[in-house]
Design a protein around this ligand. Structure first.
Ligand code: PEP
Ligand code: MG
Length: 880
């Protein structure tokens, strides 16, 4: 017996999503709970995978099972597939387990041919309707299945509309449609060399094949790559009897969300097109009317609709994204799925649904993607200043962006990749534009609604998008768009406000976001649940204050070298580096001391009452000196211009020093604690600055703990020597002031050897912080400065690595070393404080690993703090 490849809607349910795809499983579920769904069946993803495996051959039994299921639909509808008097028409749609909007293909009105069209006309008493369906079917089938360019058919439609002075398709009368169909058939014959297929079983068979095949089309592959969807899931195929939205003014089709997917407000939200079929809405060709109009135009249908939406939300306990059709006043559900939503809406719906009793707090926390909430922290246009908008479209995806206008996705990709800010401007986007959207800062379209391709894709990517901005007229040929008298040319800068739909000339002032009350609530719930503490990497009092505002409980890394780079300090730092002997170096360090003291005072105070980790100087000293080649050129020019010898000599001395400091491998060279060991006076000055600042603060009653951190340690003896230096500085000061300070001395763990001898280092070190940037570099032997630009893309492509190891922690390699270090350290010092401060401290996947390792905290940049708080909560919930 052959496998079961076909399931009637009555036979499935939601949890069969991997077999029936999202669409198939949810149609089955809606059928099961008694909602109005036109009868149909689903062919499994397993059948698709077999078909692709068998080199595009149906597995045995598939077509027989499909035809058998079709008989059941015939019985239910009282119609017959291919019957000349009472024809059954079906839609054939794709549906993968993970929704891939606009990526796969759909065929409507299948089952029409030169004979059944007569039956449909007789049956409905509406000849125009029948021929309109037939024309649409030929066009869709030719495009999707026969792979003919749709513009050939669009041209015919446009020509007829011009001839008839018609604005909309539905104004074309039956006799003209008949002629159009003839022209369509001629196109098929001319382009393909055969007649349009009249056998309805053949139509069905090759349509199923086409949907299966579309799993492998370019745009589906690109979408999967961007969204990290596995290639081997396959798509299901849903065959469903047609409900007709194009049967006059009491019919139509629409898409809706049970709550506003942009803001999360509890209100029905969507669009409806009277006298139209499904694809007209999604394609964004005609701009639809808001769903509220349905209440005025078809109150009975609206009531059924509201009732159905309520049932769906209670059943699925989540915001639903719905497709529906109204045929002569009766509502039919064609699809439901958990709706994609902006970060703002995700947070609001999750928190609101807890208040409504629909879901628990834990579920709410798991509903929001930590990466997505990044959007809430994005820039917005400053509404305080007066803004002249040149046009207004639909606010399709929040946030704001400025950039150069480009009208073509390839160019947007090219300029975007080169680091330019671009705004992609198109009449409407299609899946073919996806590469351009990826690289654009924002998207502007002149046509289409909130559910058009541009809107859906931009929301998913968290990019600002304004769509349906009909007042802009795009001229692709002359590469410009017009709004009344204003002309905007390719390359001109515009700004978009995805929250209001405003389009502005030039670059507009933007402000940092403020957080909503629901966002605060969600983060408070995160704090109740998470085990990991969240700290910030911050080098200035301002950053520390911002981090605290975002909920950081401490600083996990303060990189003191960043303080050396500011213009008033760099010359002193350079004098210090160029010093001939220790006395001269100490003289320069004395001048740096007040600056450092001021920095530490500000940071510790800003983070009070939470702990602050201050790392002593880490990078190789040549980073503070001028670039070798630039200096060489400068000297050459000076000589050429016969500048004073003395000045030239000074520069040549500098060049000598740069040469003497230069290393073949600076990242593995004279840096970290090695600097402190060769120039102890540098670390002594830093320790003194820390302790003096702490003394002043203690006098003010501020005594949050300071963790003095020695970088790049690989052996206990390095640590012991430096710890002793620091303690000597402390003792000298303490003898003078009599004030005891609240500090500990610990180390970064960023070398494999340090992990292996962590038990020894922990004898003296009072805390550890994993510097996973360097630990990744030294464990994989990948340069953190070059690898991402050179070979990591190839490694990803060849699947040697799954993720960029500098972004997502390599659990197997680096992670194993961390595990060794944690176990060894705890064997020596049971309660040792251990955290992470490499870039991975802000990455949700890596945060989960840190949770599993039992670390005390993660530390990341201030803007990632909310992401890390939520990710830490999720890590605990997922691994309970
Ligand atoms: C690290 O190496 O992970 C680290 C945090 O230090 P830095 O990036 O400053 O080397
Ligand atoms: Mg480091």
């Amino acid at each position: 017996m052959s496998n079961k490849y076909v399931y009637l809607f009555e036979e499935g349910k939601t949890n069969m999503v991997s077999l029936l795809g999202g669409k198939g499983a949810n149609l089955a579920e809606m059928t099961r709970i008694g909602l109005p769904v036109p009868p149909g069946f689903t062919i499994t993803t397993e059948a698709c995978n077999k078909y692709l495996e068998l080199n595009q051959e149906f597995p045995t039994g598939l077509m027989d099972q499909a035809l058998e299921a079709l008989k059941t639909i015939e019985t239910k509808t009282g119609k017959k597939f291919g019957d000349r008097d009472n024809p059954l028409l079906v839609s054939v749609r794709s549906g993968a387990a993970i929704s891939m909007p606009g990526m796969m293909d759909t065929i409507l009105n299948l089952g029409l041919n030169d004979e059944t069209v007569l039956g449909l006309a007789k049956l409905t008493g509406d000849e125009r309707f029948a021929y309109d369906c037939y024309r649409r079917f030929i066009q869709m089938f030719s495009n999707v299945v026969l792979e003919l360019d749709h513009s050939m058919f669009d041209d015919v439609v446009e020509r007829y509309k011009r001839k008839l002075s018609a604005i909309f398709d539905y104004e074309i009368p039956a006799n003209e449609l008949k002629q159009m169909i003839q022209e369509y058939n001629e196109i098929v014959k001319r382009e393909k060399g055969f007649d349009f297929p009249q056998d309805v079983n053949e139509q069905l068979k090759i349509s199923i094949q086409a949907v299966f095949g579309s799993w492998k089309n370019q745009r589906a592959i690109v979408y999967r790559r961007i969204n990290k969807i596995p290639d081997d899931l396959g798509t299901a195929v849903t065959v469903q009897s047609m409900a007709f939205g194009n049967m006059g003014s009491d019919s139509g089709t629409g898409v809706a969300f049970t709550r506003n997917p942009s803001t999360g407000e509890k209100e029905l939200y969507g669009e409806f097109l009277v006298n139209a079929q499904g694809e007209d809405v999604v394609a964004g060709i005609r701009t639809p009317t808001p769903i509220s109009k349905l209440q005025e135009e078809l109150p009975n249908v609206y009531e059924q609709f509201v009732d159905t939406c309520n049932k769906l939300e209670i059943h699925y306990r989540d915001l639903q994204d719905i497709e529906f059709t109204v045929e002569k006043g009766k509502l039919y559900m064609l699809q439901t799925r958990n709706g994609k939503r902006t970060a703002k809406a995700a947070v609001k719906t999750a928190v609101d649904m807890v208040a409504e009793g629909l879901i628990t707090k834990e579920e709410a926390l798991l509903r929001v993607d930590p990466e997505q909430i990044n959007q809430l922290l994005h820039r917005q246009i400053n509404t305080e200043i007066k803004i002249d908008s040149i046009a207004k479209g639909l606010p399709a995806s929040p946030g704001a962006a400025s950039g150069k206008v480009l009208f073509n996705a390839d160019l947007a990709e090219k300029y975007g990749e080169a680091g330019e800010k671009v705004i992609l401007v198109k009449a409407e986007t299609s899946p073919d534009d996806i590469h351009g959207i990826v690289y654009a800062q924002g998207i502007l379209t002149s046509r289409g609604g909130m559910t058009s391709h541009a809107a859906v894709v931009a929301r998913g990517m968290g990019k600002p998008c304004v769509c349906g901005c009909e007042s802009i007229k795009i001229d692709y040929k002359s590469k410009e768009f017009f709004v009344d008298d204003t002309v905007v040319k390719e390359g001109d800068i515009i700004s978009l406000d995805g929250n209001t739909g405003n389009v502005m000339l030039g670059e507009v002032e933007m402000i940092e976001p403020t957080l909503s009350k629901e966002f605060e609530t969600l983060l408070e719930w995160s704090d109740e649940v998470k085990k990991l503490e969240v700290r910030a990497n911050a080098d200035t009092p301002e950053d520390a204050a911002k981090a605290k505002e975002f909920g950081a409980h401490g600083i996990g890394l303060c990189r003191t070298e960043h303080m050396f780079m500011s213009p008033e300090r760099l010359p002193i730092v350079q004098v210090m580096i160029l010093a001939e002997d220790q006395v001269a170096r100490e003289y320069a360090l004395d001048q740096l001391l007040p600056f450092q003291k001021e920095d530490f005072y500000g940071i510790i105070k800003a983070m009070s009452p939470h702990p602050v980790t201050i790392r002593l100087l880490d990078p190789p000293l040549h980073e503070f000196l001028p670039d070798h080649d630039t200096l060489l050129l400068e000297i050459a020019e000076m000589k050429h211009n016969k500048v004073d010898e003395k000045l030239i000599n000074e520069k040549e001395e500098l060049l000598k020093k740069i040469n003497s400091l230069s290393e073949s491998n600076p990242m593995l060279g004279h840096r970290g604690c090695r600097l402190g060991l060769t120039y102890p006076e540098i670390y002594r000055m830093q320790a003194k600055a820390i302790f003096e600042a702490m003394t002043d603060l203690t006098k003010e009653g501020i005594n949050n703990i300071t963790e003095i951190e020695i970088p790049l340690v690989m052996d206990l003896s390095e640590f012991e020597l430096l710890k002793q230096e620091i303690l000597t500085v402390y003792e000298e000061l303490q003898q003078k002031t009599g004030i005891e300070l609240n500090f500990v001395i610990g180390t970064m763990i960023e070398l494999p050897r340090a992990c292996i001898v962590a038990d020894e280092i922990a004898q003296e070190a009072e805390f550890f912080s994993f510097g996973t940037n360097d630990l990744t570099q030294t464990t994989l032997g990948f340069s953190r400065d070059d690898a991402e630009g050179k070979f990591i893309p190839t490694y990803l492509e060849k699947k040697i690595i799954k993720e960029n190891p500098f972004a997502v922690l390599d659990r197997q390699g680096v992670g194993s070393l961390m595990k060794i270090a944690v176990e060894k350290a705890k064997a020596t010092r049971e309660n040792i404080l251990i955290g992470i401060c490499g870039e991975h401290g802000g990455d949700p996947n890596s945060i989960e690993f840190c949770h599993l390792l039992g670390l005390d905290y993660v530390s990341c940049s201030p803007y990632r703090i909310p992401v890390a708080r939520l990710a830490a909560a999720q890590a605990n919930l997922k691994n309970k």
